[in-house]
Design a protein. Sequence first.
Lengths: 458, 216
Amino acid sequence: MISVRAALALAATLLVCLVAMPSWAVPSFARQTGMACAACHTVFPELTPFGREFKLNGYVLDNIKQVTGIDLADRQTLAINSIPPLSAMLQVSYTHTAKALPDSAIAGALAKDGEVLFPDQVSLFYAGKIADELGAFMQLTYDGAADHFGLDNTDLRYAHHFAFGGAKADDHHLILGLTLNNNPTVQDVWNTTPAWGFPYSGSSVAPGPNASAQIDGRLGQSVAGLGVYGWLDDHFYAEFSAYTAAIVGGAHPLDSTQSNVAHGIAPYVRLAYEQRWDRDSISLGVYGMDTRVHPGNGTPLQGVTDRYRDAAVDAQYQFIGEEHFITVLTTYIRERQTLDASVIDAYASNRQDDLNTFKLVGEYSYRRTIGGSLAYFSETGSTDTLLYALAPVVGSANNSPESRGYITEINYLPWLNVKLQLQYVGYSKFNGGKTNYDGSGRNASDNNTIYGLVWVAY
Amino acid sequence: MFVIRAAFIVCAVALTSMMFGTLVPAQGAEPNPVQQTPAQQASLQTLIQTCGVCHGANGRSVSPTFPNLAAQTAPYIELQLHAFKDQTRADPDAQAYMWGMASQLSDTSITDLAAYFAAQPAAPGKGGNATLIAQGKQIFLAGIPEREIPACASCHGAEAHGNGPFPRLAGQHAPYLYKQLLVIQNVLRTAPVMHGVIKDLNREQMLSVVAYLESI
């Protein structure tokens, strides 16, 4: 019974991790650069090639008056914007699932279906230059459903530009940078990787599938990573980062009351190639992470660990016309799980599990005003009696992580910083089944979700 | 009438050239390192790299949203940067990209950037629809007398290499040139001489001229 409860708690944790959607694009950058959103984004938060360059250069490009200081050797000791690059974001949403969820307290009763979250999220940002070659994207978010305020995605960067080769030593250009961040892939510049991947917003109250890879959102805001990256000739990207546990909230020092606690150093590697021609660009890449984790959640953070080896490929195509904007994104993540600790703690029944994540997204926008997206997603992997245990709504009757479905979205942006979004998520399989997937009579399509969103950033 | 308009254009060219007489076209000129401190040189390098993000490392851009700057005439680049800085050039892309980018440039930086990009080797021409190119060449070199549209070459030079404040057009991205013709015709971009010259140019004629210019 304890193990079932533990599995349920784990599933609930997974659910929360899954529905914690990333954020965003910020007018701070527009204030700092003096450039419209269109310079860096097709439709926010998706980046254009210039947006990628801006980020890789450390968020430091500025076009506003500076407050500066120098020492007697003419070395610059201070260079900050005279007006800080601050901005705010508000999201108000409406969620409706095809069938209401069970009441959390009264057996047999149903919760209200059709929920407005006001706010869904409110964020404050400092996004821009800190000093020459040093910049930051920092986000503080109030989550309406969770009713808490906390540090969201954060990425501090240092970047230095080198030119070399040829008679004038300018045939090749290299940006070497450092990133200090709290979510693996938040530092990435392509919208194929999880932290900034599609969907860019989604319901935080609708049920989500029971499984996701560690790199696919489970470590966000619970690790800290320091990385070094290189960007050569606007083509080649290479990065190595090292992450360690840095959980916000709960018990400190970290102890058994925390869950999914990274053990030691988790290395993260990213390689990518981008080719640009005319109005098009294409990128191909690989990324991966090797994370050892203490399950925690009532068990000590000692002894053997679970190990998650994530290896992924990704690709992106982008066309940026005068009126038409097209993006195709895809990624495939293969996770090899070695669950030594979870087996001992009775959170998992198999020592070895696999989990495979696939996403394919097509997006179109007309004049950055009216657009839509269509995405296919799937999770497949090993069945595991304890990891994917039987439970109403969040569990699996056949102990499977398999979920698949599609997301359609219509977006209307009356102004570049205001997005009105209508999203529909449809499941053909949810937690291993199409019908009665949870053993309590719920079908996959009962979780189909309509999500309406008003998203303003200013 | 055509003769009068052509004469007006020639006068405008002469007058503008006189106004900018001291701004000798700077093809081949390098920024003067003798007068620059190491800090100034480093600053110029940073500016060049920043421009290069959109306009290409040596002023030869990939995306046709952003014009090639390589071998552009220095006086024209200077004029445009000042127009962005004081927000007198106000077409949509100017506002979206260049108002911010030029807002903090000093007069010295503007001069140095103009000299640098003017000295870079030009982007090579890109072939296209032969019929369109032939039509465009005809308009560029001879104008359209029956519609009183003078030859573009009278200001921009027979090779379209530009002349002082009149920009180089050879090898420029056709979509960029087409958009400029549209925004000038719609008076979203102020260009007094060009307003008169192209007011009767139709879309097909614009497309042929820019196809020709991109090809040379």
